[in-house]
Design a protein around this ligand. Sequence first.
Ligand code: UDX
Length: 457
Amino acid sequence: MVKGERDYRAHVLVLPYPAQGHINPTLQFAKRLVSKGLKATLVTTIFISKTIEIEPGPVGVEPISDGCDEAGYAEAGSVEAYLERLEAVSPRTLAELIDKQAQSGHPVSCLVYDSFLPWALDVAKGLGLTGASFFTQTCSVSAVHYHVYHGNLKVPVDVTKVTLPALPALGISDVPSFFSDARSCTGYMKLLLNQFSNLENADWVLFNTLDKLEEQMVKWMEERWRMITVGPTLPSVYLDKRLGGDENYSINLYKPDNAAAYMKWLDVKPTGSVVYVSFGSMAELSEERMEELAWGIKRSNKYFLWVVRETEKKKLPAKLIEDMKDKGIIVTWSKQIEVLAHEAVGCFVSHCGWNSTMEALCLGVPMVCMPQWTDQPTNAKFVVDIWGVGVRLKVDDKGIVRREEMESCIREVMEGERSEEIKRNAKKWKELSKEAMDEGGSSDKNIDEFVASLLKT
Ligand code: UDX
């Protein structure tokens, strides 16, 4: 290469909403772009960059201010207040970053922005860049939001069955939580509906899913936007060993426990014998729910690896947990993808956040669904009724999953009558996910098309 010549074909800035479930898929997507010969830079907030150590990796990382540099989200106090600050400050700081990149000889040609941050499209357009909205939730969930935004679905939903184009009929417990519960029609709902506020002006609309998971809905969306599926955005080593690269590179907002210890523990467990339990980065369980969950795991008599975040730990029933020590381990944050990829893991008790669900699908792990809020009930509906890779826990009239139900669902997935069928389906989705990201697969081709379009502009 001649001195001073660039070793990349175009520079893409990737801007996630600053939460774990958004950073993970956008970072992996950025890595994909790098593997296609582009330069990619992930934009974080100043608070995140100050509080965690980000190792250098294939994707550059640059911080901008979101107006909450000292304490992050907590500084604002509520979602509404946070969004207000973000929107007041970040259009300017983002534009300054784009300008800084040009000054330092790395002009940006495209901004991939989180669909939660629609104002970023105006920044991109104002500076003559291509703007691509990146959705971190499924097409199906996003379509429900779309219909609410356009007034086609009245909220709170007061019918027993919701029927919308290209979607299976959804019961009241299957729709995204903000639409079934009037009390939660707040800041988060605004965030979700705003995704559609100027989507028609986006040059591209990217979804972290694969076409076969939601075929009809993908077609429905393709008729509306220049929409492509680009998932699953998992580290390529789990899907396609040929890509290689720095696969450990992730940005964890939580410090993982000593992975060597629990991976060693997993290594000596029989294939498919361990229950992995995790509720992602945000969900909070009440003490009663936590106790029922612990009893359910104990009664199943299975080995377990359970993630309980530091802030949730105080809710654990201490004596019971002490009694369960010989069967499992509790950690505060795991390397989840490595855990799910381990052959000892036979079942994932999950809140059904989209990243966790997709990780389970890609790694062929059957699920026990315990959705908590937002998109999770709808994801659970698909896991059980459409993809056939798990069962959903029933709640009692207080909305609590009781220990007997937990025990019975874990057994159903791991050894019950439907277990073989569930495992077969899980294997099928694992293969289809890999196929989508393999060279020439549906998502891979879509990403190539996206990259090619950037090289023409
Ligand atoms: C939530 C939503 O439910 C999700 O669908 C939405 O798009 C973003 O907000 P979250 O609750 O964090 O996200 O769940 P999830 O989407 O599953 O993301 C959690 C991520 O953290 C996953 O990528 C998972 O692998 C990772 N994780 C979780 C760990 O690495 N270690 C853990 O111990 C737990």
